[in-house]
Design a protein around this ligand. Structure first.
Ligand code: CP
Length: 314
């Protein structure tokens, strides 16, 4: 594997899931692989899990780790070509990515959607510029439209927890007052759609995800109906794709509660975190019927599986 920007970079998803599970069992078995190799973790946005789990994974593989918060630790970066740089952005990504690439063997980047311009966000400008100019492999730590390290950890978690061969997995929209990107939901759909799980999406009207991500998964607008018999309930808020970046409703009846979970097949609640308690999901669900901590812990092993595959090709 050269890059890990989207699912398209992965030859065999099941093998990558299995690799994550193997790394969890023997985290320090391949420390020689990353010896004298450096990864740069470049953050345009905040993070808890992604930052710590990727650093841990890289160090488990013997790598050196450098971390930079763009705009706080560094100059702000210009992404557009051909502009007169007379504003607040002092460095162009062309130089910045190339320079970081000269220090690193792998660069991992987090850059969220701006939610102002759908076409620009879905062109994945930041990820694409780093891929173009860095000269080294790029790992996506959540981009405008995808969060593949999260999705891999989600599949590892489902594989570990499933009680039936072909579980029913429901992606449900949750209420929130802020406009959030579609990246986690998009990516979850993209990854689950290539499994043989029974997969259903539920959200209010107007929250349809981009067709290239939702694929052929049935959309059920009645959340209670969708939850019936679910083995896994994956909760996430996202802003509208069609009315781009808009919050169309904050309907609290979409919050996941103990009563909603009673409709499931003793299902487990999943969320990528961070999660706002009692806005999106109740305390009771998080404290009694969720695997969110296991899911977050598995971020180490998804990152380690990805870095191992890239290191092997260097
Ligand atoms: N799930 C996730 O990516 O968490 P952070 O935003 O804290 O990294």
């Amino acid at each position: 594997m050269r890059n890990f920007i989207s699912l398209k970079d992965v030859e065999n998803v099941q093998e990558l899931v299995n690799e994550g599970i193997r790394q969890k069992k023997a985290p320090f078995a391949e420390q020689a692989l990353g010896k004298n190799k450096t990864i740069g973790l470049i953050f345009f946005n905040q993070s808890l899990r992604t930052r710590l789990s990727t650093q841990k994974a890289a160090e488990n593989l013997g790598m050196n780790v450098m971390i930079m918060n763009v705009g706080q630790d560094s100059w702000q970066l210009e992404m557009e070509d051909g502009v007169i740089m007379n504003g607040d952005k002092a460095e162009h990504v062309k130089e910045a990515a190339a320079v970081i690439g000269s220090y690193c063997n792998i660069i991992a980047v987090r850059a969220f959607a701006g939610l102002q311009d759908r076409a620009a966000d879905y062109r994945e400008i930041v990820m694409e510029k780093f891929r173009q100019y860095a000269g080294v492999p790029i790992v996506n730590l959540e981009s405008a439209t995808r969060h593949p390290c999260q999705s891999l950890a989600d599949l590892i978690t489902i594989e570990e927890c499933k009680k039936v061969e072909r579980p029913k997995v429901v992606l449900t929209w949750l209420p929130h007052f802020k406009p959030l990107p579609q990246a986690v939901a998009n990516s979850f759909c993209e990854w689950v759609n290539q499994t043989d799980y029974e997969f259903v999406i539920t959200h209010p009207q107007g929250y349809e995800l981009a067709p290239e991500f939702a694929g052929n998964a049935p959309i059920i607008y009645d959340q209670n109906e969708a939850l019936k018999g679910a083995d896994f309930v994956y909760g996430k808020n996202w802003s509208s794709y069609t009315s781009y970046g808009q919050v169309l409703t904050q309907d609290p009846s979409w919050m996941i509660t103990q009563e909603k979970m009673a409709l499931t097949n003793n299902g487990l609640f999943m969320h990528c975190l961070p999660v706002r308690r009692n806005l999106k999901v109740t305390d009771w669900v998080l404290d009694n019927q969720s695997v969110v901590i296991q899911q977050a812990a598995n971020r180490q092993w998804s990152a380690q599986a990805v870095l191992k595959h890239i290191l092997k090709e260097l």
